[in-house]
Design a protein around this ligand. Structure first.
Ligand SMILES: Cc1ncc(COP(=O)(O)O)c(C=O)c1O
Length: 402
């Protein structure tokens, strides 16, 4: 009998790398347990009172009273789940209300709700770009964008991160008559930098390319009405599709695409990740719809979040940390530590002192850097931000990063 080939042996290098890291006494960064969550900014994490600075809960909607009540009512009135696809028995009145809230939020004609943002990218990208089409994307695009490309049949062309000239160079080389979809993100979540959308959208128009912008990290916060970087850059009417998620500013789970394209509704019948998975539970779409409607009138919260982001950015820079952007561009501030071990030690020292941030390590990070990604919340108080800076100062000195 032939010997079984262990298909997991291809992961041996990763297993080895993990074991080496853990053998130095660093806690497992991917095994954090939130024992209790007290508010959008505080939790008991691994048994310790912890300030949360790595949740992407930008607008702090997870504990909003109206949002919670809407979820509880829907749970009582519609049950725990739909047990069905959006195209069969899984579209409830709540899913429609959620899509109506999105249409109003973005002032767009069409909205399609998916079960996650990951599935929204998979579903829209794979359905849009066919065999003879081209997808042109920023090389630092999110995994869900790459996976959407992998699921479809289009030719994939990547260009240097946030480089308008590189985008134009790629577009110029493609056959004039070919279908082209350019995929951009409003905010890039690794470094917290924003895309030069005004310039890039003009280039796309020049070459007749359709444009999809993933606004996962900007919805609710950036732009006068919180519609994202497209709104801030004044190009929201020039992009063809906006993808977003409910798992960040909206404070629950789910994903969506909005568009003004007159044929957009056909996407419901051709998008496999929309059709072949169960729809969101009624309580989730009720919380999402309520949250989205409240985000339309959250100018004060947006202003406070900007203050928090700017204060943290300046404070960290003044302390001597190396940051991902020259100034605060979004709700994400990335602290760069070149030495992988030192990065892990800094992350651990912060956690031990009661501060949770996201640790991102190679190969997930651009150019092999270790990043401590901080994401601010509109519910962080001025005092909390000062406390956070004190924690960074102590931990940074302890491990010798500053
Ligand atoms: C840019 C971007 N797009 C899409 C997603 C996927 O969103 P979701 O968590 O709803 O699957 C994320 C989440 O991390 C993201 O950062």
């Amino acid at each position: 009998m032939a010997e079984n080939k262990d298909l997991l042996s291809k992961f041996d290098p990763l297993i080895q790398e993990r074991e080496t890291l853990l053998s130095t006494g660093v806690m497992d960064p991917y095994a954090i347990v939130m024992d209790e969550v007290k508010s959008p900014t505080e939790a008991i994490c691994n048994g310790r009172e912890t300030i949360l600075l790595g949740t992407y809960n930008y607008m702090g909607m997870t504990f909003d009273g109206d949002v919670l009540q809407a979820g509880k009512d829907a749970l009582d009135n519609f049950g725990a789940g739909t047990t069905g696809s959006r195209v069969l028995n899984g579209t409830y009145q709540g899913h429609k209300e959620c899509e109506d809230a999105l249409k109003e939020f973005y002032a767009m004609d069409h909205a399609m709700v998916f079960s996650t943002g990951y599935l929204a990218n998979l579903g829209i990208i794979s359905a849009l770009a066919g065999k003879d089409d081209y997808i042109i994307l920023d090389i630092d695009s999110h995994a869900s964008i790459y996976d959407g490309c992998a699921m479809g049949n289009a030719q994939i062309v990547a260009f240097k991160h946030n480089d308008s000239e590189a985008l134009e160079k790629r577009l110029r080389r493609l056959p004039e008559e070919a279908g082209k979809l350019v995929i951009l993100e409003g905010v890039y979540s690794m470094m917290g930098d924003i895309a030069p959308l005004k310039e890039m959208v003009a280039i796309c128009k020049k070459y007749g390319a359709m444009i999809l912008v993933d606004e996962a990290h900007s919805m609710g916060f950036i732009g006068e009405n919180g519609r994202g970087v497209c709104e801030e850059a004044g190009v929201i009417d020039d992009v063809d599709f906006i993808i977003g998620t409910f798992s960040k500013s909206v404070g629950t789970v789910g994903g969506f695409c909005v568009s003004n394209h007159p044929k957009f509704e056909i996407m419901r019948l051709v998008s496999r990740p929309y059709i072949f998975t169960a729809s969101l539970p009624p309580s989730v779409v009720a919380t999402a719809a309520t949250s989205i409607r409240k985000l339309m009138h959250s100018g004060n919260k947006r202003a406070h979040l900007w203050e928090n982001s700017k204060t943290l950015h300046k404070g960290l820079r003044d302390l001597g940390f190396n940051l991902g952007t020259p100034e605060a561009q979004s709700g994400i501030i990335a602290v760069i530590v070149e030495d992988m071990m030192q990065g892990a030690m800094l992350w651990q020292a912060l956690l031990k002192n009661g501060l949770y941030v996201n640790l991102a390590r190679p190969p997930a990070t651009p150019q092999g850097m270790t990043l401590l990604r901080c994401s601010l919340c509109a519910e962080h108080t001025v005092e909390q931000v000062q406390k956070i800076l004190g924690m960074f100062e102590a931990a940074g000195k302890e491990v010798g990063v500053i």
